[in-house]
Design a protein around this ligand. Structure first.
Ligand code: TLP
Length: 350
């Protein structure tokens, strides 16, 4: 519960924990554009360590972290192979094209969040005066629009082998990579190993207010630091934000398992409500996507309003489609109350 609401719209709505506020108040700071903020440096080292990469860069948001990664990997006219349901393709304002002249080449995301290797290979451009140059394969782990599916290390290894055969780089939008790691029971570094670069967010399930990191080779991160400055993302005494990020990395990762357990419980409860359609078995992490049966005599807006009248918020995720995301501020009672609110909102269908 947050401010009297059961807010399941996203894990981005999470407020910082008391321990984070405490750490923020005490944070040692300096001017990070001069490389002088000790707390940001500690966070960057900790993040690189968690991902098994040489270096990391603190960013204002996941969107900016992906943008700067793509701008650093690719030049104008280069092509990125990306899932047609990827956040970088659908929900980042076309930044790669608008700001980088980078050409996205969307191929179908499978329900488990992967791209088929055959589809990737077929999309790689041959050397031809008519073609853009394929530079990068961009993946997403967990996959937001694929019910929070976690991409396993074995899949990553197969993508790496394919990328190496064609001299391509691999980037992972790992906004929720720790959810994937916890769900699969592997360290996040095992999911990052076969990618050149990985971004992850502190401001989602890990509960910090602001911040994402790009992790990768030291020379890549040096260049990304210049690109971050170019897009206006150089921050000054950002240690107050990084301090919360350190608490997030140190204390908030393992508990994601609780969010996953509650998401499964929510999904199983939804499956029992007449008028709801859900593939509950697909829920692996903290994202639950479900549909309202076309026969339910409610518009999408009326359904959301009926929930809000009961102080429950979820997100509309397409026509007749909704998303609920569990997080630190949602407990077992909130799940029960949300299920009751949804059952009450749907008129008897007989
Ligand atoms: N996703 C938000 C919305 O934009 C949909 C959410 O509530 O899930 N990658 C992935 C996979 C994401 O889900 C998001 C945020 C981002 C990147 C962007 O992160 P921010 O919001 O920090 O720019």
């Amino acid at each position: 519960m947050l401010n009297g609401w059961i807010d399941l719209r996203s894990d981005t709505v999470t407020h910082p924990t008391p321990a984070m506020r405490e750490a923020m108040a005490r944070a040692e700071v300096g001017d990070d554009v001069f490389g002088e903020d000790p707390t940001v440096r500690r966070l960057e080292e900790a993040a690189a360590g968690r991902m098994g990469k040489e270096a990391a860069l603190f960013m204002a948001s996941g969107t900016m972290a992906n943008l700067v990664s793509l701008l650093t990997h690719c030049g104008r006219g280069d092509e990125v192979i990306v899932g047609d349901l990827a956040h970088t393709f659908l929900s980042e304002v076309g930044g790669m094209a608008a700001l980088g002249g980078i050409h996205p080449r969307p191929i179908p995301n499978q329900p488990d969040g992967t791209l088929r290797l055959e589809d990737i290979e077929a999309a790689i451009r041959s050397e031809d005066i008519h073609h853009p140059r394929t530079r990068l394969i961009a993946l997403e782990n967990t996959h937001n629009r694929c019910m929070g599916a976690a991409l396993p290390p074995e899949y990553m290894a197969r993508v790496r082998a394919l990328a190496d055969r064609y001299g391509l780089k691999v980037h992972v939008d790992g906004a929720r990579i720790f959810n994937a790691a916890v769900a699969l029971g592997v360290p996040a570094a095992a999911l990052a190993r076969d990618a050149d670069t990985v971004t992850f967010c502190l401001s989602k399930g890990l509960c910090a207010s602001v911040g994402s990191l790009i992790c990768g080779p030291a020379d890549f991160i040096r260049e990304a630091r210049r690109v971050r400055k170019m897009v206006g993302g150089g921050m000054r005494q950002a240690g107050v934000l990084a301090a919360a990020g350190l608490v997030a990395l140190e204390t908030m990762v393992d508990r994601l398992a609780e969010d996953h357990r509650r998401a499964r419980r929510l999904a199983e409860g939804l499956a029992e409500i007449p008028g709801i359609r859900i593939e509950a078995h697909r829920v692996q992490t903290n994202i639950v996507i479900f549909e309202l049966d076309p026969r339910v005599p409610l518009t999408d807006e009326a359904f959301l309003q009926a929930l809000e009248a009961q102080r429950v918020k979820i997100l509309r995720w397409g026509p007749r489609r909704f998303r609920a995301v569990t997080h630190y501020w949602i407990d077992d009672t909130d799940i029960d109350r949300a299920l009751r609110a949804i059952a009450t909102a749907i008129p008897n269908m007989r």
